[in-house]
Design a protein around this ligand. Structure first.
Ligand code: GLN
Length: 464
């Protein structure tokens, strides 16, 4: 029976992939083999037979991990990421690896070296990024849960654009071991779900200390599923009004305002908060993330990982050719930006200053949480944009991240909750940011909200 269920999931994944491009690989043989093994396995498996999709920058033993890049087109890790290893031990079944912006750099999935993923609500539009493929796999009903990664909004933004739930946990909540590094002080594994409950099931399994990641925290993992149904009465929602400014689409603003009223009628108290430095979030993020990326991506030299350029006649030429041919334009732009902000003479003006402002962003949140339980903002300033619309304007693309990046800079947990549809039937998401380790409270709020105010619509392209 389990095998039949996995067979059904695989068939849906294969059937929709031509239209949606959400998977870079669909692992039929692996998944059916796992289904068989799990069917016969004795003992309790908390996620027995749960079909899951994994972003292609999370290492999987014997399954390719390309990071959406030509330079890793032939790379297969010889170990599982800790999150994957824990999912497997709990009985989950990996269906395939999902499409993404190259090295997780992007907000639309158009930076994938293997072609874009498409939004199932309107395939002429982007699903968001960088974890677009995982968002689409869930939104199109192929799987109920998928792993993504966040450096600056890459789970929450596509979740919002695709009408599903997306959680970025506290930095250090889930081990990064086996998550290919982009910007290590910001990177986190995140979870997409068709409901908050599905995310809770998976988070409970993969969260927690891992000796293989020194930045994973030794903080007890609560029973998230047991927290889902608590009343929201008396919860204080902080709204940073001054931050709802330029570039915010009117329909998004209206849907987010309506969600504030809905929370009020669920018993929440709405209070004003200020995040005076949040407006610098994009500038700070694109300095720190690129600086760290320029260092992390130095390892792709054609020697240790992935593809090596042919016909190079000496070592330096081999490095140059490999990186020239292997990386796409956005990745090159980031490496150049990052190298520049770290270079002597500019380091203090850019990188060091950005680190100082990062501390101020964190302090803003600390002050806000003295007065509220959650900070509420839109997740994305707009609904899903058309493919190609922002491709020639990196700055317009970077501005998609205005509401999401500050939680990454501060290391705080945050969730995107579907809160409505635009007049063009495109999903809108509202974001709640919680205090450190408040994943349970966020999932609780998302669950109550989603139960009382479900989206009640399905995308155009959907599994059977
Ligand atoms: N859009 C952001 C970027 O391009 C976020 C990426 C991410 O969170 N991985 O860097």
């Amino acid at each position: 029976m389990l095998k039949n269920e996995i067979e059904r999931v695989l068939t849906n994944a294969e059937r929709l992939n031509d239209q949606l491009g959400s998977f870079l690989s669909i692992e039929r043989g692996h998944a059916l083999g796992r289904a068989e093994a799990i069917e016969d396995a004795a003992g309790e498996l908390p996620l027995r037979g749960l079909a899951i999709a994994i972003k292609d920058n999370i290492c999987t033993k014997d399954i390719r991990t390309s990071c959406g890049s030509r330079i890793l087109a032939n790379y297969t890790a010889h170990y599982d990421a800790t999150a994957v290893q824990r999912l497997n031990a709990a009985g989950a079944v990996t269906i395939g690896k999902t499409n993404m912006d190259e090295f997780a750099m992007g907000s639309s999935n158009e930076n994938s070296a293997f072609g874009p993923a498409r939004n199932p609500w309107d395939p002429e539009r982007v699903p968001g990024g960088s974890s677009g493929g995982s968002a689409v796999a869930v939104a199109s009903g192929v799987v109920d849960v998928a792993l993504g990664s966040e450096t600056g909004g890459s789970v929450r933004q596509p979740a919002a654009l695709c009408g599903i739930y997306g959680l970025k946990p506290t930095y250090g909540r889930i081990s990064r071991y086996g998550l290919v590094a982009f910007a290590s002080s910001l990177d986190a594994i995140g979870i997409f779900g068709s409901s908050a409950g599905k995310i809770a099931d998976v988070l409970g399994i993969i969260a927690g200390r891992d000796p293989l990641d020194s930045t994973s925290a030794d903080v007890a993992v609560p029973d998230y599923s047991a927290m889902l149904d608590r009343s929201l009465a008396g919860k204080r929602i902080g709204v940073p009004r001054a931050f709802f400014g330029e570039g915010l689409d009117e329909e998004v603003r209206a849907a987010v305002d309506a969600s504030i009223e809905n929370l009020r009628s669920l018993g929440c108290e709405v209070v004003d908060v200020e995040l005076p430095h949040a407006k610098y979030g994009i500038a700070v993020y694109y300095i720190i993330a690129t600086a760290e990326a320029s260092s992390n991506l130095a390892r792709y030299d054609g020697v240790r990982y992935g593809v090596r350029a042919e016909d190079a006649h000496e070592l330096r030429q081999m490095y140059f050719k490999t990186r020239e041919e292997g990386f796409g334009p956005e990745v090159k732009r980031r490496i150049m930006l990052g190298t520049y902000v770290l270079s002597s003479g500019y380091y203090d003006a850019y990188y060091a200053k950005a680190q100082k402002v990062r501390a101020l962003v964190r302090d803003d949140y600390a002050a806000a949480f003295a007065n509220c339980d959650f900070v509420l903002t839109p997740t994305s300033p707009t609904t899903a944009f058309r493919m190609g619309e922002r491709s020639d304007d990196p700055l317009a693309m970077y501005l998609s991240d205005i509401y999401t990046v500050s939680a990454n800079l501060a290391g705080l947990p945050a969730i995107s909750i579907p809160c409505g549809l635009s007049s063009e039937s495109l999903p809108i998401g509202v974001q709640l940011v919680g205090n450190y380790w408040a994943e349970g409270e966020l999932l609780n709020a998302a669950n109550i909200y989603g139960t009382e105010h479900p989206l009640d619509a399905k995308p155009l392209i959907h599994a059977e």
